[in-house]
Design a protein around this ligand. Structure first.
Ligand SMILES: [Zn+2]
Length: 185
């Protein structure tokens, strides 16, 4: 991404919104700040690195990392979305570090995309790279484009994806839902 043209574009935007911006001490550096903020939400991160270290495991039950907080951006309005991501998988001989599950979710919301597609990408990346018995991903999203404009209501969008054994075993999916619903400690 060309940072100079991004800052120029942000200057144009701010100038249209407030022609007096340069004389306003609070807005003098606003175009630069906006440019930095957008640049930080338009990264394309590689997730294959998180599968380079694997650990053998005989576990054949659910491994869950829940309440992974991460931030993305809505591609329709370019406004921030706050995500709470829950990931579960059933190993097929191999596990990855639990923090890697969080890193995968954070990496995949580093570019504006629909929550629906973000959820699918998390499931696909784990399914394709780790090849577990099954993967389930549930994402809760608070969209500022809904909260601060439009209907202006605090609401939560929930999306999910399943792969592998979860497709034919609704009881395994239900077990995941019960476990992520338990109180944190
Ligand atoms: Zn939106």
């Amino acid at each position: 991404m060309n940072n100079e043209s991004l800052e120029d574009a942000c200057k144009k935007l701010v100038s249209v919104l407030n022609p007096e911006w340069e004389t306003n001490p609070d807005m003098k550096e606003t175009p630069l700040r906006i440019a930095k903020m957008y640049a930080s939400f338009f990264r394309n991160e590689d997730t294959t690195q998180y599968f380079s270290k694997r650990f053998p495991t005989k576990n054949k039950e659910l491994v869950i990392l829940k309440n992974i907080e991460c931030f993305g951006m809505c591609p329709h309005h370019l406004t921030p979305v706050i995500y709470n991501v829950h990931i579960g998988y059933i190993p097929r001989g191999w596990a990855i570090g639990l923090s890697k599950l969080a890193r995968i979710a954070i990496a995949l919301c580093s570019y504006p995309k629909l929550q629906e597609n973000f959820t699918s990408e998390v499931a696909n990346v784990i399914n394709d790279n780790l090849k577990p018995r099954g993967v389930i991903v549930v994402v809760e999203g608070i969209h500022n484009c809904i909260r601060c404009r439009g209907v202006e209501k605090l609401s939560t969008c929930i999306t999910s994806e399943i792969r592998g054994v979860f497709i034919n075993h609704p009881e395994t999916k239900q077990e995941f839902i019960s476990l992520i619903s338990l109180n944190n400690y």
